[in-house]
Ligand binder design. Sequence first.
Ligand code: FAD
Length: 467
Amino acid sequence: MPDEKLWAGAKFWGLGFEWDPQWLLSDAQRALQARLIELCASTLRVNAVESDKNFTYPRKNFEALAELGLLGLLVPKSMGGMGEGHVCAAMVVETIARYGCPSTAMCYTMHLGATAAALFRYHHNPILTDILSRLDKDVLIGTLSYSDPETGSHFWYPISSKAERHGDGYIVNKKASWTTSGGFADWYIVQTTSPDFAGNYADLSCFIVTRDQVKSNPANWDGLGLRGNQSGPMEVIDAILPADGMVGPSGDGPKSNDECVDPFFLICSSSCWNGISLATIDITKNHTTRKTHQDVGMRVADYPTIQDYVGEAIMDTNASRALAFQMAQALDSATNNCDWSVHEDLDALPRAAFLHQLWQTKFIAAKNVAHVVDKMLHACGGTGYKPALMIERYLRDGKAGWVMGPTNEVLRQFVGKAALLGFESLDYWNQSVNERVLNNEIKKLDEAGRKALAEKLLGGNAERRVA
Ligand SMILES: Cc1cc2nc3c(=O)[nH]c(=O)nc-3n(C[C@H](O)[C@H](O)[C@H](O)COP(=O)(O)OP(=O)(O)OC[C@H]3O[C@@H](n4cnc5c(N)ncnc54)[C@H](O)[C@@H]3O)c2cc1C
């Protein structure tokens, strides 16, 4: 097991393992981490520059990850996968983001989320079983297509998507405003309203569609950072799917969200933001310990101001990592190390109980990365502002953390509101009436106003009854 962190055969130029929570990893996970750092040095980091410059999708990086068996990280060994769990997933995403390529780390996060959604319901489904057992062999990249153009970051509310019954199977229509790996992934987990939808937006179902059923225009993808992500709009138009194209039973969407899609996205994306923070600290160490001011004979790293910047960034980032890995460990222990067989019981939802803790994890990591990338740029001065040092690229990549759904505005409100008013007050699908607000507004109306409102309401009902 390497005690010293190596980079292309030499001592690593950033922070050593003494600043990493190595004690959380098994021997096998540490060996995997060492191989992955090697791969980042030889392949992923070079490709990251190309992805950022030319908006190139990082398929080459996925091919390299598949060689290490990482596309099937979560897939049980009995199906040819690595059989790993949440801690290992967090470590792998953080490692890819830190030493390799943040765009690849985010595409891989979405791949793991899609893999988890498929593993949640693969048990009696030959389509899912087939894909899951070929992930590495055929480099089959998965992703999650949820966000809807009509509802913004409220990705749990797919107002412009639907599914209808068609013989034994379904016709699926999906409009997505953003999809990481859109048009490049080989398979997509999409969420729509259920085939028997009757107006209740909590009635959601998941489907698997393949690349040939997806319409996207990757040439239109543009973004401040994560430029290899290709997270453009995407559509599925009248895709005809067999019965097993539905992932889980009809109406399974909320369970799939709470148990798999959200937990894996929240843990892995937090690890991506933590990895980006660490990457900028590594670069800052390398740069400031070399750059000298000849007038005073000091290196930049000799100034206490710079030491303070780095000290605070390490402490804040390690607090964020501690939370992410603590939650990943909690999920490993609640799921018997990510044993997917427990989901033969469709009501088994061990991860869902941790959702409100996971919201906090993502909020903290995304808030921290925005601060750390700024401060590391300040510490590196004008040289940090130029692309060559790469701080500038990580800064742009890290800014995606705050705005990716669930956004940090939404998360802090979820946590505050749930803590103060109870979880039922969150009302994801806009179903419960806020009587306080309603009564307060009505109180403001004079008698004529109330009468006009009553007439309008009754008139609306009357019209609907006639229709
Ligand atoms: C790089 C990148 C990759 C992405 N990849 C994917 C993907 O793979 N799959 C996918 O489904 N989506 C993906 N998304 C979409 C993402 O999850 C959000 O849906 C998207 O960023 C929302 O953008 P918007 O302009 O619609 O924001 P809006 O929802 O319009 O938000 C605008 C502002 O309003 C705030 N706001 C929104 N709702 C509330 C509320 N209830 N309370 C308080 N404030 C609120 C927001 O926080 C924000 O500040 C990706 C986004 C990015 C940036």
